[in-house]
Write a protein of this length. Structure first.
Lengths: 409, 170, 118
């Protein structure tokens, strides 16, 4: 156990020695080491969060063909610090009739529900908080706390628009939780474990994104809906109900909602990387070769993980800044009439094929799983196309592909 | 008094205290939020017992679905109805006495069972509790029939809810 | 195993303290000049019309109900999913039966119009 291949345990062991050398009882030493480790992890997450504010603003600027912040510091890198200072010194206005205790707890709960996810996120094979054997459901549980925070914020603000935004947001989030939980079953089946580290290690042969691309797609859509980002951002529909459930929040409380949302988006990018793209490892067995042994160093793995998480986060941002907002009834219909049946079909397909094809050689197995997903995708698109054609005929709108007939007339 | 016992007692006090607040506060939404605290305390109790899956499922299902359902149900009433005064009646001490009487009876009954003070055997190390639960749920000589019947039960609940909701539309 | 939950418990406690610290700091540093106009609730710049309690759409409750049933179903499926590698094919079929019964429920709700946002 050297520093390079097991940094956290090495430091923990050394600190334990130092503290017991100072005659601290062993239990207290362990507790203190845990607390120090937790603070380091949380500070890392918060620093990442500050960086994400800059990333978000630069990326949205480039998508909108403008420059973004570039005055403060080189390339505007100090912009987030300025933002934080601004938010802290802004006046904290509590509206009349607001329920003070619930009003104050809501942003803290929203931030906590995101921070607590970092306890189970593995940055490398030996840099992680705790390897919980029910890690996937823990993600869903943290999401449940976030949902509660939104109801509390919307209800306690004593404001019509906050209440409307909160109702819509919560029905949005709980609806899209179903496809997400069903899709979380697919890495569980493929990796035979619910622990996040176990799933990452099971992808050292083949990424789950290749074994089940439809699952990746559905998880991406559900994750974007869970985060409440565009195109599912009815709660913050700036042109409709002006900032939704966090209208009445000012200063740092709003800051926590905003920063919490960004960190949540990045954390979900991290989970997409872990569940489907192999997380910190997953180089198709490359790291077993002697020439690539440096891929096994935890710090390199952490960098790989952050790169993959950034890619996931970038895809989420890409969707946000390219697609217009969806109406609430379309959103819910899309979930209950399309995503839930589709995710159940994908689940049944994965479970059956995984059992049947596992006896075949590996390349046949991969081909079979990938091919079945393509088949399901094709059939779904055909069903949608037929449905769309039927609806268009019912409304007497000319089919865009039938223009040759009109031109002939 | 080990640390585990202290944490258990504190959590138990939290669960009971929050439950007491649920039935006594005036504001119904505060009552729903105290219920959330109580349910979270139960999840902590499951975690102390090393029942990982149950602890997480408690938060996901109870807090993430049932508490939200309660809050939606409270919001369906109009706001004037929410602050209609205290929840407790004037003779609240009679049911409390009755409850304490039943509690004493139960405690005496349980303590008289032989072997109640035995400590539980430790789980075999390396046992994956979730997998053991899964095996029990699907093996034909364990609980597969209740597993399938549970889905029928949920179907019945769904059909009942749909029926009750659509009956109002007529 | 217990150390895991102890870690998560401590993480939760510190995760609650970390957001509170800047809020407390902001309370010390930020100005506090309340006046009735600033504290009135926001309605796009005009005075609020009517009370701030809009009638709650019953459809939200229906979606929450359907969500509850499916949430419990998917939670039941997790232990099932962990056994698939060791046990033969009929276990997969048991799970498919379980899912099928609940899909029947979803179709029923769909046909009854419960999934419309009227």
């Amino acid at each position: 156990m050297t520093f390079w291949n097991n940094p956290i345990n090495f430091i923990g062991y050394w600190l334990n020695g130092v503290l017991t050398g100072w005659h601290l009882p062993a239990v207290l030493a362990t507790l203190l080491i845990y607390v120090i480790g937790i603070i380091v992890m949380i500070l890392f997450a918060m620093t990442l969060d500050i960086g994400l504010v800059w990333v978000e603003r630069k990326v949205v600027a480039r998508f909108q063909d403008r420059l973004g912040p570039n005055r403060i510091g080189p390339f505007g890198l100090i912009q987030p610090v300025a933002d934080i200072i601004k938010m802290v010194i802004k006046e904290d206005i509590t509206p009349d009739g607001a329920d003070k205790i619930v009003y104050n707890i809501a942003p803290v709960l929203a931030a906590t529900s995101v921070i607590v996810l970092w306890a189970i996120l593995p940055l490398a094979s030996t840099i992680y908080g705790v390897d919980l054997n029910v890690g996937l459901l823990f993600i869903v549980a943290a999401g449940a706390l976030g949902t509660l925070a939104i109801i509390m914020a919307g209800w306690s603000s004593n404001n019509k628009y906050a209440l409307l935004g909160a109702f819509r947001m919560v029905s949005n989030m709980i609806s899209y939780e179903i496809p997400m939980v069903i899709i979380l079953l697919i890495p569980t089946i493929l990796a035979d474990t619910m622990s996040v580290r176990g799933i990452t290690q099971a992808q050292s042969g083949m990424w789950f994104a290749i074994l089940s691309p439809l699952a990746l797609l559905i998880f991406l859509i559900s994750a974007i809906a869970e985060l409440g980002r565009s195109p599912f951002d009815l709660n913050e529909a700036e042109s409709e109900i002006v900032a939704g459930f966090h209208i009445e929040y000012t200063g740092m409380k709003f800051g926590w909602f905003y920063a919490g949302e960004l960190l949540h988006a990045f954390t979900f990018g991290g989970f997409i990387a872990i569940l489907f793209f192999g997380g910190y490892g997953g180089f198709f067995g490359l790291e077993k070769l002697a020439a690539f042994a440096w891929l096994n160093i935890p710090f390199v793995q952490a960098l790989v993980f952050i790169a993959k998480a950034m890619f996931g986060y970038w895809v989420i941002m890409w969707v946000k800044y390219s697609v217009p907002r969806i109406r609430i009834d379309h959103m819910l219909a899309f979930n209950w009439k399309f995503l839930v049946p589709l995710s159940l079909v994908v689940l049944v397909n994965t479970a059956l094929l995984n059992k049947i094809l596992i006896v075949l050689p590996n390349w046949l197995y991969v081909l079979g799983m990938f091919g079945s997903n393509i088949v399901i995708g094709y059939v779904t698109v055909e069903i949608l196309r037929a449905y769309g054609r039927k609806q268009r005929k019912a409304e007497q709108i000319p089919d865009p592909q039938a223009h040759t007939q009109e031109q002939a007339v | 008094m080990t640390a585990e016992q202290i944490i258990f007692l504190l959590t138990g006090a939290l669960v009971l205290g929050a439950a007491l607040m649920v039935v006594t506060v005036r504001n119904l939404l505060h009552a729903a939020l105290w219920l959330v605290v109580s349910l979270f305390g139960v999840a902590v109790l499951y975690a102390i017992l090393q029942a990982n899956f149950l602890a997480v499922v408690q938060v996901v299902v109870y807090i993430g679905a049932i508490a939200i359902l309660f809050i939606f149900a409270v919001m369906l009433t109009r706001r004037e109805a929410m602050e209609k005064g205290r929840q407790t009646r004037n003779n609240w001490w009679i049911p409390v006495l009755l409850g304490l009487f039943i509690l004493t009876g139960l405690v005496v009954l349980i303590l008289s069972v032989p072997g109640v003070e035995r400590t539980a055997t430790a789980l075999p190390s390396g046992l994956d509790t979730v997998q053991a639960l899964g095996m029990a749920l699907v093996s034909p000589d364990a609980y597969v029939l209740p597993f399938e019947v549970a889905s029928v039960l949920m179907l019945a609940a769904l059909v009942g809810a749909v029926y009750v909701a659509t009956a109002d539309k007529k | 195993m217990q150390n895991e939950w102890l870690y998560i418990g401590l993480f939760l406690v510190i995760g609650i303290i970390v957001p509170v610290v800047p809020l407390v700091f902001a309370r010390l540093v930020a100005p506090r000049k309340p006046n009735p106009i600033k504290q009135s609730t926001y309605e796009c710049g005009i005075e609020t019309v009517g009370e701030s309690w809009v009638q709650f759409k019953a459809q939200y409750y229906v979606f929450a109900l359907v969500f509850l049933v499916f949430d419990v179903e998917s939670v039941f499926l997790f232990p099932w999913a962990l056994t698939l590698k060791q046990l033969p094919l009929f276990v997969v079929l048991e799970g498919v039966l379980f899912i099928g019964i609940l899909v029947a429920g979803l179709v029923y709700a769909w046909r009854k119009g419960m999934l419309e946002w009227v």
